[in-house]
Design a protein around this ligand. Structure first.
Ligand code: ATP
Length: 304
């Protein structure tokens, strides 16, 4: 099976390329490699392989953003199979879909490849946004966008304490975040949530680097799960965040969860938005946006 590695050198706070150079030396089978040069490049690379008549294994060597781009390019193409070697910062993709730990695991997989069809989440707002793991509006989006843009990130990375930057922005965002009103429409229901901190639409349990925000999510059930955190004090929000790693946050009355094939979400003012932890602009004020599963699924590797 033709195997192509798509390497994002910017992933893992710039450490992915070094990791690739070490990994590359251990590969004992024929392969091709492409190192991305800019955001959107992995999408273009995967799209180029769409019309292939033979099966191709695309391996994203990066994190959640890299895999989202590859999958958006590969979705709907029956000959493209997507796997990963986790080389990002959060690596929530790897938690849900599995990952190759070493080159030997890929070699074994190539001898007996197994695949499974997976869902891809999407919403349209000017253009179509796709998400593999989750898309969120609010507090979590503001933190991840601030961290991604932060000049502090580079400096602290150089000192080897890059993770500290998250803590800095969690505290900063906690102090200055302006809560919002969220309208949710699903089936024949309309629910209005006041004082909302975040609303996350999930296709798999994890987000934010190992937080089990949506424990009941399954990657191929045709359903999305919505989590809304609302009407909660700053102090209690911190407590709830502490419980997200185990999934115990769902017991708090301030955490509402529901499952459906489609959700319509509207905020009363523009609020920061992310797809798989990457910047996705802001939600438009007072406009219902439909979050749903794309008609095009994608083929993931199936590991034993
Ligand atoms: N050569 C490049 N230079 C800068 N950015 C790039 C380059 N190639 C890809 N990107 C962008 O880097 C972004 C971050 O990559 P990715 O999400 O894989 O890593 P990460 O943020 O470290 O990991 P995670 O999302 O798992 O925390 C992607 O959205 C992608 O568009």
């Amino acid at each position: 099976m033709k195997t192509v590695f798509i390497i994002n050198p910017a992933a893992g706070n710039g450490r992915a390329l070094k990791k690739w150079h070490r990994f590359e030396k251990t590969i004992q089978f024929p392969f091709e490699q492409v190192v991305t040069t800019h955001p959107g490049h992995a999408l273009a690379i995967a799209t180029d392989y769409r019309n292939s008549q033979r099966d191709i294994l695309l391996i994203g060597f990066g994190g959640d953003g890299t895999l989202r781009e590859i999958i958006a390019g590969a979705a709907g193409a029956k000959t493209l199979l997507v796997g990963s070697v986790a080389a990002g910062s959060g690596n929530d993709f790897a938690r849900a879909y599995g990952t190759f730990n070493d080159a030997q695991a890929i070699e074994q997989f190539r001898e007996k490849p197994l695949s499974t069809r997976q869902d891809l989440g999407e919403f349209a707002n000017g253009k179509v946004f796709q998400f593999v793991s989750s898309s969120g509006i609010g507090f979590d989006a503001e933190i991840s966008i601030a961290v991604n843009r932060s000049p502090l990130k580079k400096k602290l990375n150089q000192l080897g304490i890059g993770k500290l930057v998250y803590l800095v922005y969690v505290i900063r965002t906690l102090l200055k975040f302006e809560k919002f009103t969220l309208s949710v429409k699903y089936d024949d229901n309309l629910v209005i949530y006041e004082d909302v901190w975040l609303a996350t639409v999930s296709n798999q349990p994890y987000f934010g680097g190992g937080m089990k925000i949506s424990p009941s999510s399954k990657t191929n059930d045709g359903l999305l799960e919505l989590t809304v955190v609302h009407q909660i004090s700053r102090l209690k929000l911190l407590l709830v965040f502490g419980t997200v790693f185990s999934g115990a946050h769902t017991r708090f009355k301030e955490v509402s969860q529901m499952s459906n094939t489609k959700f319509w979400l509207s905020t009363e003012k523009p609020v920061c938005r992310h797809v798989d932890g990457d910047d996705a602009g802001t939600s438009p004020a007072n406009e219902m946006i439909a979050y749903t599963i794309s008609q095009n699924g994608w083929q993931s590797i199936k590991l034993n």
